[in-house]
Each structure stands twice: as C-alpha cells, then as structure tokens.
Design a binder for this molecule. Structure first.
Ligand SMILES: Cc1cc2nc3c(=O)[nH]c(=O)nc-3n(C[C@H](O)[C@H](O)[C@H](O)COP(=O)(O)OP(=O)(O)OC[C@H]3O[C@@H](n4cnc5c(N)ncnc54)[C@H](O)[C@@H]3O)c2cc1C
Length: 479
C-alpha cells in the first residue's frame, strides 16, 4: 500500500485498543473530545505528504509505490538532504509542537533496518532479519508507531535499569507456540492513542543477569493485555481562535502496562539477548533520529522568535530590554539552525551504508535545548505580561455589543485592530503558558533524557583530540 491519506489513518485508529483518559476507557479515539483535535491534526499530517508529494514521498525501493521519505534509510549525503526537507515539511505543520509525529519512528526503524552491524551482532541474526521484514511492513503500510523505551522509575538509588527480579519493569515471563509472553510496564508512550502499533526497544543498558528484560518487539495497539493510561488531557476544545495550538496539538503521553501480552515470534527482534540489547543503540541511533528532533526544534524556535516579534509589535514594545529578550530567542534559533548545518556538513557513513548527520553538533543541541526551550517560553511570558490575559474569547467577540467595545478599547499599537492583537496574545499564551505549553516544556526537558545526563555523556559523541592538543602544549613543554 502506498503512503496513507488522513482518512485512511483515522479509519485505522477506530480498531480495538485499551486507552484510558481520566476515568473512562475510550471507545473511539477519533471522536473522543480529549483526543479528536490531535487525531485530526495527525490526519492532516498524512494528507500533507500527498499535498507535498515532491518533498515528502519517494518510490519504495522494492515495490516502486510512493512511500514517505522518512521510511527510507539515507544512503548518501543527497538522501540526507532530501529527508531533511521532508522532516521540515512535517515539523512546520505543528510548528514543532508535535514531537512524535510518525516520522520520528519512521526514521528510527529505517535506521535500525539499515544497521546490520548493530542489530545482527551477538548471534541476533534472526532477530535482525525479522526487524528488516517488519520495517518493510511499516513503510509499505505507512503504520503510525508509538514507542516506549524507559523503565518505570521506582527507586532512583537502584539505577536506571531493572535489577534482576524487578517486578515492575517489562520482562519475558513465558513462551507460547507462536511467540513469548511479556509482563510489566514502561514509560512513557507519546502518541499512544494515535498509533497503530507500539515499539519496544532498548534505552539504558541492562546489568548482567537481567536477560529476561532484554527485549525488543513491535505489536499492534489492540494486542490483548496491552493497556495505555493517558496523562490528563491538555487539549482545550475545538475553537481555534480561543486555543490556536491546544485545540489540535496535544499528542498525548501514556503509561504502558503489559498485562501478560503475547508477542508473536515474527515481531520479536531481541529475545533475552543481553549483549544485543546493550549494543544496538550505542552507535548510529542518536544522530539518525536527531535529524528529526533537531529540525523540529529549529522550526519551533523560528516560530517562537516570530511570535516574540509580533507580540512586541502588538504593543510597540521597542525598548532595549524587550529587544534583548527577543534577540536571546533569535540566538537560540540561530545556534540550532547552524548546528544542523554543521552536522550536515560533517555527515558520515556507517558500516552497512547508513548515512547520518554528525553526532557532535546534534548531541550539543540535545544537551542544551532542554535549558533553552523553557527560557524561550519564559521570555514570551515576560514580553506578554498581562496582555496575554486581556484576550476576549471567540464567543465574546461574537457578541455585537461587546465587539463594539472590544474594538474600541483593545486595539494594538500603530493602528493594529483589536482582533489581531487578541489573536497574537492568545497564540503567545497557548505557546508559552497554557496547559499544552506546560506539557511541552516537560517534553523538551526530558524527551531525549535530561540535560544533566546528556552533558555528562558528551564524551561519547565527540573527539577530544583537538582540545587535548591545546592543553598538552602547556603540560608537556620543557621548563
Ligand atoms: C512529555 C514526555 C514524553 C515522553 N515520551 C516518551 C516516549 O514517547 N517514549 C519513551 O520511551 N519515553 C518517553 N519519555 C520518557 C523520557 O525518555 C524520560 O523521561 C527521560 O529519559 C528522562 O527520565 P529520567 O527520570 O530518567 O530523567 P533523569 O535524567 O534522571 O532526570 C531527572 C532529574 O534528575 C536530574 N539528574 C539526572 N542525572 C543526575 C545526576 N547524575 N545527578 C544529579 N541530578 C541528576 C536531572 O537534572 C533531572 O532534573 C517522555 C518523557 C516526557 C516528560
């Protein structure tokens, strides 16, 4: 099947699945008030790939059918540039607010399938072959995947990985004629209500003896025993004047419980193979997936800069402090853009032929964006001040008598109409202060692990030889 349309995507979501929102088991995620906005936004993402087919689609290497570019593993610098354009097109749809549009997992699995040195090592040849078959299914069916790779946090003093005998973490508990049975939980699965399937793959390495926890697989969202507990919704109703962003971009995050779930053997990519589990994520996964994450971040920062300029203009805040604050956002946007350019310039090929951007600049962004993004939101709130709340609703605007008064008493500076001023500050609040904004801040802080963790791990992603040479000059000179 070629790349899906939005209507085909929505039809796929109507199948069985156990998704909970509040106290309710959701009957239909497409129509549920807390989910319908994002379901339809994601459908627009599927439609967008057809509207911009020249950018977003390419022939499947085997069938020739048009598939999403994000499903293809880049095999050259040109392929990387092409994928970058497609990723940007999707990111611009949500101005970077939906981090886990399906292209995130498309890119991940295209990279996995193109990495035999990682996934086929340590006697995992059969698992790798199944993964390659699965990726064909994914790209040809244009399947939307959610993923969960982090173990539940119970006692941080015991470390990130489950100790042997841990009863909370996902593990294998049995075999069946067709596969294995898994039990336990994982956090979180962003996009879960809107996915067709869920992927489990490694994050933190596991300790010796924890073989039962060393699993990787993909199964349909409706697999019996699979339960998704969504966090409280931050979706704010359908009115796009009142809630231009939170009416549609709440991609949701869910706690996942595997209550004795059968995983068919053909969907099992790592089956209690500790060496394989601990090895597959260590090389090309970060720079591969971070092409998507950093392009998204760049789009979001460009949007934030534009929004800051408009909010300041709406009240003619042209003082040096406001300009300094806006310049701060611009500098984050520019650093992000240029780090991607640098990573493109230093792009590299991996064994197996996969091309990725250079890991170093992307890892620097991964460590720093969790600090910059909350600051960007803070700046928008500082510029917005009380104006973000002097924003009558669509219903108030529709009242003829109120509208006359609103137009008179709430104009913007330099002749800006009240409606434009109100829309500007509503957009700023939805981006920087609403419940969606608060969730998004938490996402930016943690979705690729915390800044603290990434800074501490920087040596794994860079070459210290230049720095060593500069220091050695002084440590080794004769005296
Ligand atoms: C909105 C959201 C969506 C997510 N979506 C997904 C998803 O789709 N799939 C998925 O698998 N996971 C997802 N996650 C989970 C995410 O991957 C984890 O939250 C992330 O790995 C960080 O978890 P942690 O508690 O281990 O963070 P930590 O790195 O432990 O950070 C927690 C706190 O501890 C501090 N800290 C860390 N290390 C140290 C140290 N050595 N010394 C002192 N302080 C330290 C940090 O600064 C931070 O304040 C999501 C998380 C969020 C918030």
């Amino acid at each position: 099947m070629p790349a899906r349309t939005g209507a085909q995507f929505l039809k796929g979501l109507r199948g069985p699945r156990e998704v909970w929102v509040g106290g309710e088991r959701v009957k239909d995620v497409v129509d549920h008030p807390a989910l319908t906005g994002a379901a339809h936004a994601l459908a627009e993402v599927f439609d967008l790939q057809h509207a911009h087919a020249d950018v977003c689609l390419a022939p499947d290497p085997e069938t020739g059918e048009p598939i999403a570019v994000s499903h293809l593993a880049p095999k050259s610098r040109e392929d990387l540039a092409r994928r970058g354009k497609a990723l940007r097109q999707v990111s611009e749809y949500s101005v970077g607010l939906m981090g886990r549009t399906p292209d995130y997992m498309n890119v991940t699995y295209a990279g996995f399938a193109a990495s035999p040195a990682e996934w086929g090592a340590h006697g995992n040849g059969e698992g790798y072959a199944r993964l390659v078959d699965y990726q064909k299914f994914l790209r040809r069916g244009d399947i939307a995947l959610t993923h969960t790779i982090v173990q539940p946090t119970v006692d941080k003093a015991l470390g990130d990985a489950p100790q042997v005998g841990n009863e909370q973490a996902l593990r294998k508990v049995g075999e069946t004629a067709c596969g294995i049975v898994v039990r336990g939980a994982r956090v979180l699965a962003t996009l879960a209500p809107f996915a067709d399937e869920i992927a489990v793959y490694p994050a933190s390495p596991l300790p010796q003896g924890a073989d039962d926890y060393a699993l990787s697989f993909c199964i349909p969202m409706g697999a019996p025993g699979l339960k998704f507990l969504c966090r409280d919704s931050v979706s704010a109703g359908a009115n796009r004047f009142d809630h231009p962003l939170s009416s549609r971009f709440d991609e949701q995050d869910a706690f996942v419980i595997f209550d004795d779930v059968e995983v068919p053997r053909e969907r099992l990519f790592i089956d209690c193979n500790l060496a394989s589990y601990n090895g597959v994520m260590a090389t090309n996964w970060p720079p591969n997936v971070q092409q998507q994450t950093m392009i998204r971040a760049s789009v979001k920062l460009d949007f934030a800069w534009g929004l800051a300029l408009r909010t300041a203009a709406a009240i003619n805040a042209a003082d040096p402090e406001t300009n300094r604050l806006i310049g701060e956002i611009w500098s984050y946007a520019e650093f992000t853009r240029t780090a991607i350019v640098a990573a493109e310039a230093e792009a590299r090929e991996w064994p197996g032929g996969l091309w990725t951007l250079a890991p170093g600049p992307l890892h620097a962004l991964r460590s720093t964006l969790p600090i910059w993004m909350p600051r960007v939101a803070e700046i928008l709130r500082l510029i917005g001040s009380h104006n973000v709340f002097a924003t009558p609703s669509a219903a108030q605007m529709a009242d003829p008598d109120l509208r006359r008064l609103i137009d008179r008493y709430l104009p913007g500076a330099k002749g800006m109409a009240a409606e434009e001023r109100i829309r500007t500050f509503r957009l700023a609040w939805d981006f920087a202060g609403s419940a969606l904004a608060s969730r998004n801040e938490q996402y930016e802080r943690f979705y690729l692990a915390s800044s603290a963790r990434n800074l501490a791990r920087h040596l794994a992603f860079t070459d210290r030889s230049r720095a060593d040479r500069l220091v050695d000059r002084f440590l080794k000179e004769p005296y």
